[in-house]
Design a binder for this molecule. Structure first.
Ligand code: NAD
Ligand code: ZN
Length: 341
């Protein structure tokens, strides 16, 4: 079968021919319809320090996808051939304390699809049936293919009560923008999002942010004053991984504010801990998606009218994968989809 693989320890990704995987007793065999390019795939493409330490070469990459069940192992229940599915890319151990308590997103023995084991940028994918999520008929293939990053946005945004609250999101990448749309949809008052990339700030405006602030040109404090916010933000969603953005966020929070942190800093990150202490801030780290409450909520949010379609800005055929990676790398895009049909 056709697959996009990391074949060499250098920048790039290559379309190759690999063996079609065979499902084990508890696995599904999925024929891939659409995949989306994640920031992680860009790290692997660029062969940065993290990828060099993490990715065994050769490796089929990719973990954002939608497809159709075409086969399964003898022990699988609850799925049938023809079901449309996406899937959780974190494969958990099933025997640690958290897994056994139903907190699979906190499993300490997690493996990543397209990171530690063959991924979804391929004609066929095998995953444990426990990791698959059935897609309802009224959700499009396009949206289903981005459930993985949407899940990061939803997991983060639903970490704290946002109803009637003023929310600051730092980082208008695809995940930050989707989080802004979710926050508005569920009833936040002001949703202010920051970035230094005008293309993405524009997209955030289109998707419902109250204000999209270019922090290279505008001052967040002035924006807060314009909005009549005399005290500070109630909830912060850190989605940039950039230290200065996180420090700005801490400064802009009200006393008793709550911060959910998804963005991954490149290294250690210094902050003014005095502010955390004297403001009584609560900071929560977010990894992945809750299995499968986040997935249930994503589907429900879309079914209750959340419109995420503008976040998908580009679509390419898999044979044009290079254009897809170039587009994603340019910063002038939302989600970029690669079509396998
Ligand atoms: P992204 O890199 O596309 O978005 C980050 C954005 O931050 C970019 O648009 C960038 O221009 C912006 N930025 C740069 N400097 C800034 C500043 N000073 N202030 C505000 N914004 C600034 O990433 P994404 O795919 O949207 O993901 C968001 C973050 O979440 C990344 O750090 C990613 O690594 C991380 N992530 C974490 C998990 C997890 O499970 N914790 C999962 C997926 C992604
Ligand atoms: Zn576990």
């Amino acid at each position: 079968m056709k697959a996009l693989s990391k074949l060499k320890s250098e920048t790039g990704i290559w379309l190759t021919d690999v063996d079609t995987p065979t499902p084990g007793h508890n696995d599904l065999l999925i024929k891939i319809h659409k995949t989306a390019i994640c920031g992680t795939d860009m790290h692997i493409y660029n062969w940065d320090e993290w990828s060099q330490k993490t990715i065994p070469v050769p490796m089929v990459v990719g973990h954002e996808y939608v497809g159709e069940v075409v086969g399964m192992g003898q022990e699988v229940a609850g799925f049938k051939v023809g079901d449309r599915v996406s899937g959780e890319g974190h494969i958990t151990c099933g025997h640690c304390r958290n897994c056994r308590a139903g907190r699979r997103h906190l499993c300490r023995n997690t493996y990543g699809v397209g990171v530690d084991r063959p991924g979804a940028f391929a004609e066929f994918l095998v995953i444990p049936a426990l990791n698959a999520f059935k897609i309802a008929d009224n959700i499009s293939d396009d949206l289903a293919s981005i459930f993985d990053p949407l899940g990061n946005a939803v997991h983060t945004a639903l970490s704290f009560d946002l109803v009637g609250e003023d929310v600051l999101i730092t980082g208008a990448g695809p995940i930050g923008i989707m989080a802004a749309a979710v926050a508005k949809h569920i009833g936040a008052r002001h949703v202010v999002i920051t970035d230094i990339n005008e293309y993405r700030l524009d997209l955030a405006r289109k998707m419902g942010a109250t204000r999209a602030v270019n922090v290279a040109k505008e001052n967040l404090t002035e924006v807060m004053a314009e909005l009549g916010m005399s005290e500070g933000f109630d909830v912060g969603l850190e989605m940039s991984g950039v230290p200065v953005a996180f420090r700005d966020m801490i400064a802009a929070m009200n006393h008793g504010g709550k911060i959910a942190m998804l963005g991954i800093p490149a290294g250690e990150m210094a902050i003014d801990w005095g502010q955390v202490i004297f403001k009584g801030l609560i900071i929560k780290g977010i990894y992945g998606r809750e299995m499968f409450e986040t997935w249930y909520k994503m589907a429900s949010l879309i079914q209750s009218g959340l419109d995420l379609t503008p976040i998908i800005t580009h679509q390419f055929s898999i044979d044009d994968f290079q254009k897809g990676f170039d587009t994603m790398g340019s910063g002038a895009s939302g989600k970029v989809i690669l079509n396998w049909n």
